[in-house]
Ligand binder design. Structure first.
Ligand code: SAH
Length: 262
C-alpha cells in the first residue's frame, strides 16, 4: 500500500498561518515537496529529522508527480506544500490526476489564501451590508488566456469586490478593465505585497487613476494582491452605507425600491 500524498495549503507567507492540521502533517511527514518560489522554507521547520525535503521550483509537473509517487512508495505521509489555499491558482488537479492514475491516495488540507491575508493586512472587509455581498477571485489575462465572459471589464460591471491575483505586472490591464466597467477614476484600489510575511509586507493605497504609478514608484513587481472594491477604506467612513448612497446606479435602485413606502 503506498502512503498518502497530502496537498497542504501553507498559507500566505507567515509560517504561523498554516492550519493546525497542516502543521501536524508536517510533523509526521516522510517527504515534503514545497513550492520554493512562494512558500518560505521556514514552513518546513516542523519536519522530523530524516524527512526528505525538496523544492519544486526547478521541476516540471511530470517531475513533481514522479517525485510524489516515488516518495509515497517509501513513506506513509508525503506532503505537497502549496502557497495560500491549494484550490486557487495552484496545480492541484494537474498533480492529482497522475496520483489517481498511479493508485496513490490523496488528501487536501485548505490554507489561508493570500486574498484573506491581504484583507487582514489592510484591515478591509470584502463584504459590507448594502455595499456589496459578493467577492470575485480573478486575474487579468497574461500567458494564461481568460475564458469567454471573464475579462475584467465584464466582472467589474458587478461592482462587487475584486481580488485580482497574478496581475501586479499587468496593472495597465486592471486599470483599463475597471474604467471600461465605469469605475470612476477616484475609486479606491489597494495593493498588498507579501501579505503576512514577517517584516516584508507592504500596502499601497491608490485609485484607478494612480495605483499603477504608485506601485511602480514603490518597486512592487511580484507577489502582490490587487483589491478593488466599493468597501475599501470603510474603516474611516462616518456612515457605513455612504458608498452605496453616492453611487449613481445604486441610488437609482434604492429610490425605486423605497418608492412604495413613501
Ligand atoms: N493559492 C494561492 C495563490 C497562488 S497564485 C493563494 O491562495 O493565495 C500566486 C499569486 O497569489 C501571486 O501572483 C499574488 O497575486 C498572490 N499572492 C501569493 N502570496 C501572496 C502574499 N503573501 N501577498 C500578496 N499576494 C500574494
Amino acid at each position: 500500500m503506498p502512503g498518502t500524498v497530502w496537498f497542504v495549503g501553507a498559507g500566505p507567507g507567515d509560517p504561523e498561518l498554516i492550519t493546525v492540521k497542516g502543521r501536524a502533517l508536517i510533523e509526521q511527514a516522510g517527504a515534503i515537496l514545497f513550492a520554493g518560489s512562494l512558500v518560505d522554507e521556514a514552513a518546513t521547520r516542523w519536519a522530523p529529522p530524516g524527512c526528505v525535503i525538496a523544492d519544486s521550483k526547478g521541476m516540471t509537473l511530470e517531475e513533481m508527480s514522479a517525485w510524489l509517487i516515488e516518495q509515497a512508495g517509501r513513506c506513509g505521509t508525503v506532503l505537497r506544500l502549496q502557497t495560500g489555499d491549494p484550490a486557487l491558482y495552484g496545480t492541484l488537479i494537474e498533480l492529482v490526476q497522475p496520483l489517481d492514475a498511479a493508485g496513490v491516495p490523496i488528501g487536501v488540507v485548505p490554507g489561508v489564501s493570500s486574498a484573506m491575508a491581504s484583507a487582514a493586512a489592510a484591515v478591509e472587509s470584502f463584504t459590507l451590508p448594502e455595499v456589496t455581498q459578493t467577492t470575485i477571485f480573478t486575474r487579468v489575462e497574461g500567458r494564461t488566456p481568460m475564458p469567454e465572459g471573464e475579462d475584467l471589464a465584464a466582472l467589474a460591471a458587478h461592482r462587487s469586490t475584486l481580488c485580482i491575483f497574478l496581475s501586479i505586472t499587468l496593472l495597465h490591464k486592471v486599470e483599463a478593465g475597471l474604467r471600461a466597467a465605469g469605475w470612476p477614476e477616484d475609486a479606491p484600489v489597494v495593493v498588498v505585497h507579501k501579505a503576512s510575511w514577517p517584516g516584508q509586507q507592504r500596502i499601497v493605497r491608490g485609485t484607478v487613476a494612480t495605483i499603477k504609478h504608485l506601485c511602480r514608484e514603490a518597486g512592487i513587481v511580484s507577489q502582490a494582491m490587487v483589491i478593488a472594491s466599493p468597501t475599501l477604506g470603510a474603516r474611516h467612513w462616518p456612515e457605513l452605507t455612504k458608498s452605496r448612497l453616492y453611487d449613481a446606479a445604486f441610488t437609482h435602485r434604492f429610490r425605486r425600491a423605497s418608492a412604495p413606502g413613501e
